[in-house]
Design a binder for this molecule. Structure first.
Ligand code: NAP
Length: 338
């Protein structure tokens, strides 16, 4: 792109009002904003792929959390992959591809310190938002650092057909787990879990009580629960623990839209089984990134790890993609292609 044709405006999704319960289109707007000239040390980036993630629901609320809320009347942000159009920073040149956090928009200007170069010849660009991005890293960290899988462990993963869940089941197997069980919200997802993502047993949590379906899948109990969902799943898993089991609290997506949440009623079973609940945030465990790149990169190169994205087209459909992901309309990582 020549200097003359560089964009002077961008389009960015704004949070207009904080949602109560499930967000609706009325809480957001896509607005045109001025795009200043990039300053010293900055990059002008054309985004190619945007990520929509469950944690963004938390940022739409102003409840105290581990991350700052989105400001009302301001653009939202999130992971994105884009192409450098202008670089005023050492180490970056036009044509480079970068991962950064100014998503929910078509063009972005950011300090180069906030951009990480990625190689489109090593992996397709959307993979850097999924299997090689935060979701893949989250699954890896949860299992490697917290679940500490032992040979033959029975592992249960909730939200198993999502971006984190499709990787968690496969990584558990690669780390030596025995029986790996997944739950998801449709019969079609359940079929995919078994046929594509290496789960031994899977069930649709909408087809009956989770505790009953889990007891059938793992009559002797579970050693590890990798929880993406919370709520009924968490209580069911606590009730199914073997001795010295580990629950890895990755997320609680079933409750992100809820104003009031109910906790598990059977916490005493943690004492009975001398088990641990371990919570983590990927952002605090980044020292494992080199191991993740080596191990997961190796498995991908050897064809031992499968992944997929569900792709929606166009910036104007970013909000729909987010809402659809929260309703479970994705398999693997939900991505927006610009
Ligand atoms: P995802 O699983 O790809 O997408 C969200 C999924 O949530 C949907 O596909 C849907 O699948 C499921 N869902 C929605 N409502 C539900 C409900 N009421 N009950 C059960 N499942 C429901 O999202 P992801 O990016 O991989 O994230 C998965 C979890 O990991 C989230 O809880 C997220 O917050 C967490 N996370 C944590 C960290 C960390 O650092 N701790 C980092 C990244 C992500 P179904 O069709 O199966 O319902």
């Amino acid at each position: 792109m020549s200097e003359q044709t560089l964009p002077t405006t961008a389009h960015a999704w704004h949070l207009d009002t904080r949602p109560a319960g499930r967000p609706t289109a009325s809480n957001f707007s896509l607005r045109e904003v001025d795009l200043p000239t990039p300053g010293a040390g900055q990059l002008l980036i054309a985004n190619d792929y945007l990520s929509v993630d469950p944690y963004m629901r938390g940022r739409m609320s102003d409840k105290k959390s581990y991350i700052e809320p989105y400001d009302v009347d301001a653009p939202m942000d999130g992971p994105a992959v884009g192409r450098v159009l202008v670089s005023n920073a050492q180490g970056f040149a036009p044509g480079d591809y970068v991962v950064h956090v100014l998503g929910w928009r078509d063009y972005a200007i950011l300090d180069a310190a906030g951009a990480q170069k990625v190689d489109p010849n090593l992996a397709p660009l959307p993979a850097y938002l999924g299997v090689l991005g935060v979701p893949g890293l989250t699954a890896y960290i949860g299992l490697e650092r917290f679940a500490k899988i032992e040979e033959g462990d029975t592992v249960f993963v909730s939200g198993a057909a999502g971006a984190v869940g499709t990787q968690a089941g496969q990584i558990a197997k690669l780390k030596g787990a025995g029986l790996v069980i997944g739950s998801a919200g449709s019969d079609q997802k359940v079929k995919l879990l078994i046929e594509e993502y290496g789960y031994d047993v899977a069930f649709n949590y909408k087809n009956g009580p989770v505790a009953e379906q889990l007891a059938k899948a793992a009559p002797e109990g579970i050693d590890v629960f990798f929880d993406n969902v919370g709520g009924e799943h968490l209580e069911a898993a606590i009730g199914a623990l073997k001795l010295h089991a580990r629950i890895v609290l990755c997320g609680m997506v079933s409750q992100y839209n809820d104003e009031k949440v109910v906790g598990p009623r059977n916490l005493w079973n943690l004492s009975v089984t001398r088990s641990d609940i371990l919570a983590f945030m990927v952002s605090e465990e980044l020292d494992l990134q080199p191991d993740f790149v080596r191990e997961v990169g190796g498995w991908l190169a050897e064809g031992r790890l499968r992944y997929r994205e569900t792709v929606r087209d166009g910036l104007e459909n970013t909000l729909d993609a987010f809402l659809a992901m929260m309703r479970g309309e994705n398999v693997g990582k939900m991505i927006v292609k610009l």
